[in-house]
Design a protein around this ligand. Structure first.
Ligand SMILES: [Zn+2]
Length: 369
């Protein structure tokens, strides 16, 4: 049966170790989702993701709606079959994308109206339609359509967005109907910009509606991290402790540690993949002993730029202690060379390593909780 179970709670912190049961398998928490917006975690195959230890990936309803489109996804009976990814998928609704990418959008009480990015055709997305699309994608964790506003929006604008987000969440819940017990999960998204009272109101109303999990949206969008901390620390304390909590869009490994220790369970971020493509590699520092407080207080990792000429003759792997495919097989010198000659294999190896690094960090945190 699908749901969430807490296995262990940290004595010192609010961190929890748990598992999310979904139709396509179990996700151990805390955990990290690599981003496969359009049904591809850039440069990597589904087999490589599995091999790197990935348990769940994130895809985006808005983008998949355009490419490959509904007909293809229907034909394949879902994105997992299409991309040969056997595990769980969380689908972001696309609210954020509609608001950030589409200049011609119009927010109406019943949904959003915008122009197709390529054909210019008018499209309307309603909360119900977004749920139906996620059914076609055969997602494991659905996100409802929400109104995502810039972090520095005015109180009035934020308040209006909160009202809509709550209203759309209600409609989404109505449209989300499954008879089978092993059904997907539906999360709700807490919005409210930088205003704590609005965030609190939004959280409380959504909790009353009883969702399978709760996400914090509209953060990690460029605001200073101390702001992210201020909002998320307060809101996480209001969220039910028996439901998974998702902090959307965070972030740097040190930020993720902070969020896990404050009670968040799942995360997604472009950093490991995007940085990898740019030759920026995450490497653990050698700590004598791994303890949660050290991860929180000490600099436990560094980033190196593999394109730097100091690696030209370096026979060691990216990280001597790393078990990833790249480190097991290739030297820094070779990956440096691949970046120099702009062969995509270099980027692939860097991304494989970075994803492995992120997942190792989460594995370590799970063991330490
Ligand atoms: Zn590695």
């Amino acid at each position: 049966m699908s749901g969430f179970e807490i296995i262990k709670r940290s004595k010192k912190y609010s961190a929890r170790q748990g598992k999310i049961m979904t139709p396509h398998g179990i996700v151990r928490t805390p955990n990290f989702m690599p981003i496969g917006t359009r049904g591809a975690v850039k440069l990597l195959s589904s087999q490589e993701l599995k091999q790197a230890g990935v348990q769940i990936i994130l895809a985006n309803t808005y983008h998949l709606f355009f490419e490959p489109g509904i007909e293809v996804l229907k034909k394949f009976r879902g994105l997992g079959n299409f991309m040969k990814w056997p595990g769980p998928i969380l689908t972001d609704s696309g609210g954020f994308q509609v608001f950030s990418l589409n200049e011609w959008r119009q927010v109406l009480d019943y949904g959003v109206r915008f122009h197709h990015p390529k054909t210019g055709k008018e499209i309307v997305l309603t909360p119900e339609k977004v749920i139906d699309l996620q059914k076609i994608i055969d997602s494991d964790i659905f996100m409802p359509l929400d109104e995502c506003i810039p972090y520095d929006s005015s109180y009035k604008k934020a308040e209006k967005a909160v009202k809509r987000t709550i209203c759309w969440a209600k409609q989404s819940k109505k449209a989300f109907r499954f008879r089978k017990q092993n059904r997907p999960l539906l999360f709700a998204i807490v919005q409210g910009g930088k205003f704590l009272d609005l965030r609190e109101r939004c959280a409380k109303e959504l909790i009353n509606l009883d969702f399978d999990g709760y996400a914090l949206g509209g953060l990690a969008v460029g605001e200073p991290f101390k702001e992210t901390r201020r909002i998320s620390k307060k809101i996480v304390s209001l969220l039910p402790s028996n439901k998974p909590r998702y902090l959307m869009g965070l972030g740097e490994p040190s930020q993720l540690v902070w969020a896990v220790l404050n009670g968040f369970d799942i995360f997604d971020c472009v950093l490991p993949t995007r940085n990898g493509r740019h030759g920026l590699i995450y490497i653990f520092k050698r700590l004598k002993k791994w303890r949660l407080e050290d991860l929180l207080k000490k600099k436990f990792y560094q980033k190196i730029s593999i394109e730097n000429s100091v690696f030209k003759n370096d026979k060691s792997p990216l990280d001597k202690k790393c078990g990833c495919f790249a480190c097991q097989n290739y030297s820094r010198a070779y990956i440096h060379h691949l970046f120099k000659i702009k062969d995509p294999l270099g980027q692939r190896l860097a991304v494989i390593h970075n994803i492995y690094f992120y997942l190792e960090l989460f594995k370590k945190m799970r063991e330490l909780i």
